[in-house]
Design a binder for this molecule. Sequence first.
Ligand code: ADP
Ligand code: MG
Length: 570
Amino acid sequence: MRTQCDLERQLVAIDGRGYPAYKSLRGVYDLGAFELSIDHVQGDPFATPSLVSVQVPAARAGFAREFYATSERCVALEDLLVRRFTAAARRVSFRVRGSGKSGLIATSSPGPEVLPRSACEVGDEGVLLRLEMGFPAHGRTVDARALATMLFDLLPACVERALVCDDACRCAACEAIELADDQAAVRAALARLGLVAFVADGSILPRESGVSARPLRGAEPFTSPESLSVELDLPHRGRMRGLGVRRGITLIVGGGYHGKSTLLKALQEGVYNHVAGDGRELVITDATAMKLRAEDGRAVRDVDISPFISNLPDGRDTHAFSTEDASGSTSQAAATIEAIEARAQTLLIDEDTSATNFMVRDALMEAVVAADREPITPFVERARALWEERGVSSVIVVGSSGAFFPVADCVVQMDCYRAFDITERVRKVCKEHGVEAFGTKGASAWSESRSGRFLTLSAKAFRRDERGRGPKVHAHRLDSFSVGSGEADVRLVEQLVDSEQVAALAQMVRLLGEERLLDGSRSLANAVDEVYRRFEHDGWWALAARGDVACGFALPRPQELFCALNRWRA
Ligand code: ADP
Ligand code: MG
């Protein structure tokens, strides 16, 4: 392996030359404290920065094996190291100056969720951290002296400060892995106790604002009503009390602005673990739970929405429904069927983001518009069968209609941000009004509905160009991504929480397209499984487009890959 001396000599040789001379630096160097790998060199100072990784040997990094003994601990430790490196890099980024991105030193900058990221991998070999660097230039000429400062001075300082297990780092790591243990224990308890979610007492659910992920200061901490509370024994925090949302159908009701949507949002994000201090670190939801919503205008392909919609006025078959422009109700019907296909065990629905006609229809409307003129069987008539026949639970926020009362197993009222169990009262009121509690209206439609779909991705969208280069891949924050000539709008896929997940989704779709894994011979579910099998086996290399792995990817759930493929337009 080349040494620091070799690299220094090479830097002297290219100083002052044209920017492409930097390309000669590609390779791996032993810098003593760590190995430096220059994986990709940017074409000019304004282009996407260069990709670099550092490998700190286990003996130098000093993390005992127990720190990464379980997958949850490993992800938590990697997340911590990324955060530490980002903080260290901020102090030295652009210390060296020049044109374009000269002097940049950065890696992923996680939000409150703890996700597996390509930025860091910890294992028996030590700590691998991937980052971006802006190789410095005067105009378009190589400033090798400045790069020497970055590589031999600033970067080692970041590595030392962030990735080496000194006392402070050990403390932080212990805290992170203990939280990860506790979160894993809550997740395991959900299945054991028949819960779809746990919301610990004392949790802070609301955020500072609609555009901030920070906890709202001065918020009312969550407290579970006595009758719905469960107590869990966690390995580190010990006994924790909180709301246990049981499987079945749960309603969240209450007046406007009393905290209903805030609770549901916390549940939908509880599929991910959160860092200490977030306020939702012990809000844990069934990992398969999916938020469903209306999304008019979205594309739908070949979805059997017949349990909800039949007899469309244009005579279209709803057993294999496709459209480039779904309505509110058809989009939500499709999302529901797609969620079942994506193996969601829990559906999360908020009336704020639902199509009213998909959710309920009242008696007066039924009296005026005859049933045979109405294509929609509302969700309220299917929710019970969904639970009893398919085992799929629902948590539904409703403030405006009592129509769901008869089908609910449990009703939580939010009142001034406090939760109350009003299930008994609701039963009494239903009885007084002669409404049969827990009725299943309408025959079941689930047995008839097809299960697996065999979507195809048109190979045309993924064609290589004349020079044999693969399709271009772009990800646009949380909004959309494109691969070749196809794209997916994921703006309303609410459980995508990090733009790096969208970047990873784009690579997953590229993989499926380029390798013809969705050519009609296997089901969508099978293809999604194949992607995750490869990830399990090869890690981030499974998603590498160019033969090197970059920072900037975070792992989405399989559910979100389903969502992305369901929204794909070629
Ligand atoms: P709803 O869906 O019932 O209309 P929201 O959940 O949207 O109400 O909450 C309304 C407002 O109350 C939001 O601005 C939210 O941030 C705030 N809020 C929610 N929960 C709390 C809480 N526990 N403490 C303080 N403010 C809260
Ligand atoms: Mg609301």
